[in-house]
Design a protein around this ligand. Structure first.
Ligand code: ZN
Length: 137
């Protein structure tokens, strides 16, 4: 089975918006007809990240608050002096969470837990249009 490269496009509001990508990625996996393999989910860009979490509003807010504590928006960032774009915190948050996931596919399904969804986190300080690379092999 050759490597299959797909893309998902998502419009976000930025400001640590968290978007559930699981339905779209599940569809890509299903349509790929790969039975045993893996899917890589990657967001190009240095102010967004990909992780998994239970997509439930309480823990989504808890994660947002934890990220605020790790890299607050209102502290000093050298990046902001250099570029003036005010999103130093977004770059730091993205680096801490990371840009990708690699999920095994077994018997045609991703091996996610029942309460484990794939999420995009957009940390930038303005709305963005994001391209997500979904590579299945
Ligand atoms: Zn920047």
């Amino acid at each position: 089975m050759p490597v299959q490269n797909n893309q998902i496009f998502v419009r976000t509001t930025g400001k640590t918006e968290i978007v559930d990508l699981t339905p779209q990625i599940s569809r890509e996996v299903k349509e790929s007809s790969v039975v045993n393999g893996a899917v890589t989910v990657f967001v190009p860009g240095s102010t967004a990240a990909i992780t998994t979490i239970e997509f439930e509003s309480g823990v989504i807010n808890d994660l947002r608050k934890a990220i605020d504590r790790m890299a607050p928006e209102d502290v000093y960032y050298e990046h902001n002096e250099r570029w003036g774009d005010g999103n130093g915190y977004a770059h730091v948050r993205a680096a801490m969470i990371g840009p990708s996931l690699h999920i095994p596919i077994v018997e045609g399904k991703m091996t996610l837990g029942t309460w484990q969804q794939i999420v995009l986190l957009d940390f930038d300080n303005r709305p963005r249009s994001r391209r997500i690379v979904v590579q299945i092999s």
